[in-house]
Design a binder for this molecule. Structure first.
Ligand code: SAM
Length: 430
């Protein structure tokens, strides 16, 4: 086969065989990951330097020569693992385009892929930064679970479902480190195979108009549940549904006490088979803990709230039960704003800058405390009305005193805290 040369960002890769996976459509995924990693590594480095400085100061205090100026080591180790690397394109772009990175491991199980990665590393002159590895992704991660060996960031970009890699991934990322995870098995996550979804992700998916956000929330609860087994928990920075896949960016922290709060970030979802409305039933909650010295400290508890009924209160049809879903925020608004600013100020760095800016601007507007959404076409379709203009619905909800936003996952989405009967009233009076 003839050699194919592909340019993307600052990388140029050569492909000599069709057997090594390359998908040009994923440029958006790779660009977005570089933008996120740029902000993440800047902040991670600053955090690690601050920690190192504190440690040095404490050490100095405890020694006799305490007045000595403290020295901090400016070399902060920021290593990235691309566990399923294929051509190496992503790793090479990370090496050339993400600041602060000290080492990248590009791994693949396929021998041909590793040979391709090696050739591409030499071609791009990044052999000082990238190491190749020919192994099962899980094995590489298990070998790095010791705190001194962990990666600052791990990228998982498998074919289909990433859940088999999660047990090792949550153990081999640094405290405060980043996981970047793709899932492409949208049929499973978006409700076509709820039983398979349960066996792979530990949650039942739902066939609903807001299935893409449901998919993100299933993915997040799945990562959290793996992390919790090792007294770790996640903080989502950005969760994106795009094209045929979802991509989540989550920080992982260690803390057994925080893990007790997980139930309060999860809900079961009651999905009406008639009007498509979804009612969430939280798995847990918080109340002030009187035994804590600090009165703002809260205590996790299991709610005594009655379960949502068998029938929908709007249309009297039966509910399907889905979940558990992550029902806490799926993005960190301040972080998203920093990524968006970086992309807007440096559009020349990203082939898909315009698309990233558009998606992140929508993400930033999303109402973070309102999981899921109604879909305008589904609402109107159910009552055989032609689709009501979004602007009319949005103004009606605002006039009725309810906040409203889109979701980046759908142009027809209406995120609002307004009860479903208010939404139906607006449709009826239109
Ligand atoms: N991240 C790449 C990119 O951005 O171009 C694409 C990765 S491709 C979707 C998935 C890759 O995972 C394939 O090259 C395949 O050989 C590799 N793979 C599959 N199972 C694996 C495993 N258990 N461990 C390591 N690599 C694996």
């Amino acid at each position: 086969t003839a050699t194919k040369s592909i340019k993307e960002g600052k990388a140029e890769i050569c492909l000599t065989t069709e057997k090594v996976f390359y998908n040009p459509v994923q440029e958006f995924n790779r660009d977005l990951s570089i933008a996120v990693l740029t902000i993440f590594t800047n902040e991670y480095k600053a955090e690690q330097l601050a920690k190192a400085e504190k440690r040095e100061k404490n050490k100095a205090k405890n020694t006799t020569e305490d007045k000595k100026e403290t020295e901090t080591n400016n070399e902060i180790d920021i290593s990235i693992l691309e566990a399923l690397s294929a051509t190496g394109l992503r790793s090479i772009r990370y090496a050339k385009e993400v600041p602060n990175v000290t080492k990248i491991v590009a791994n693949d199980l396929s021998k041909q892929a590793v040979e391709t990665i090696q050739a591409n590393i030499v071609h791009n002159q990044v052999d000082n930064l990238i190491e190749t590895s020919h192994d099962d992704a899980c094995m590489v991660m298990y070998k790095h679970k010791h705190p001194l060996k962990r990666f600052a960031a791990i990228d998982l970009d498998p074919y289909g479902c990433p859940s088999v890699f999660l047990d090792s991934a949550v153990q081999s990322v640094q405290d405060g480190g980043l996981l970047l995870i793709t899932a492409t098995d949208m049929a499973v996550l978006a409700g076509n195979a709820p039983e398979t979804c349960y066996s792979k992700y530990g949650a039942i998916s739902l066939k609903t108009k807001c299935c893409h956000e449901v998919a993100l929330r299933i993915m997040l609860q799945c990562i959290e549940s793996h992390a919790n087994r090792y007294s770790r928990y996640i903080v989502p920075l950005l969760s994106i549904s795009a094209d045929f896949y979802i991509r989540v960016f989550v920080k992982v922290y260690t803390g057994a006490i925080h893990c007790k709060k997980t139930t309060s970030k999860l809900s079961m979802a009651y999905h009406c088979t008639g009007c498509d409305n979804i009612t969430l039933q939280p798995l847990g909650g918080f109340k002030p803990n009187p035994t804590e010295k600090n009165p703002t400290q809260t205590k996790a508890y299991l709610p005594a709230a009655p379960p949502v009924g068998e029938f929908c209160t709007n249309c009297n049809q039966r509910h399907h039960l889905g979940g558990p879903l992550w029902s806490a925020p799926i993005h960190d608004e301040a972080f998203v704003t920093r990524v968006l600013k970086h992309v807007e100020n440096n559009p020349e760095l990203f082939g898909t800058a315009k698309r990233i800016a558009g998606v992140l601007a929508m993400v930033r507007e999303e109402l973070l405390d309102i999981p899921l959404y109604h879909s305008m076409d589904r609402l109107c379709g159910r009552v055989h009305l032609e689709t009501m203009p979004m602007l009319i619905m949005r103004s009606a909800l605002l006039n009725a005193g309810y906040k409203v936003s889109y979701s980046h996952a759908s142009r027809m989405s209406i995120k609002t805290r307004a009860p479903a009967h208010v939404v139906w009233d607006i449709i009826r009076t239109w």
